[in-house]
Design a protein around this ligand. Structure first.
Ligand code: PRP
Length: 181
């Protein structure tokens, strides 16, 4: 199978572009039914979620506002630290009594989501749900799973479709997994 090199590591395809796009469309169809008649406030969690959010929102049909927040990152490590994080971008959010959908690229331990949900909850939205493109069930240590998931994946390191390895690889159209360490 084709492998690609990013920095010092090799990666091979895990989810091809065509499969990704079909799944994104089908997630959007689900949301179009569930949020019909509502205005949706989508919160894109930067950086990784920028491509998933951009693709998803273009298949959604309800009125929406798209907001952007940033949670402090793993740095260049390849595993989640699980430590407490900081959020930027919440101050300007006016989501009181609104329907909120948090859009993540990947949920690993779930610590980032747990932290973010608490912060968003304090802004008193009418509802909060989460959509994640990728979910790692084996690594998840949170209390509340995402309501919508693109793909469950094993506990392997992945890049592409917004996700990086030491800031590279975000532009890749497919999801790649680490092939050799
Ligand atoms: C990723 C992802 C989530 C978080 C999930 O972000 O976008 O926010 O990790 O990990 P967790 O469930 O173990 O908390 P990352 O910190 O890699 O930052 P980035 O999106 O800016 O690359």
């Amino acid at each position: 199978m084709e492998t690609i090199k990013i920095h010092d590591k090799s990666f091979q395809i895990l989810i091809p572009e065509t499969v990704i796009m079909e799944r994104v469309k089908s997630l959007a169809e689900t949301l179009n039914v569930i949020y019909e008649g509502k205005t949706l406030h989508i919160i894109c969690v930067l950086n990784g979620s920028f491509i998933f959010t951009a693709d998803l929102v273009r298949y959604l049909t309800m009125p929406m506002e798209i907001h952007f927040v940033r949670v402090s990152t793993y740095g260049n490590e390849r595993v989640s630290s699980g430590s407490t994080r900081e959020v930027w971008g919440l101050d300007s959010l006016n989501i009181s009594q609104k329907s909120v959908l948090i859009a993540e690229d990947i949920i690993d331990t779930g610590f980032t989501l747990e932290f973010l949900r608490q912060k968003i909850d304090a802004l008193r939205p009418e509802s909060i749900e989460t959509i994640t493109f990728l979910f790692k069930p084996e690594s998840f240590k949170g209390t509340k799973r995402p309501e919508y998931t693109g793909f469950n994946i094993p506990d392997d390191f992945v890049v592409g479709y917004g996700m990086d390895y030491a800031q590279m690889g975000r532009e890749l159209r497919a999801i790649y997994q680490l092939y050799e360490d």
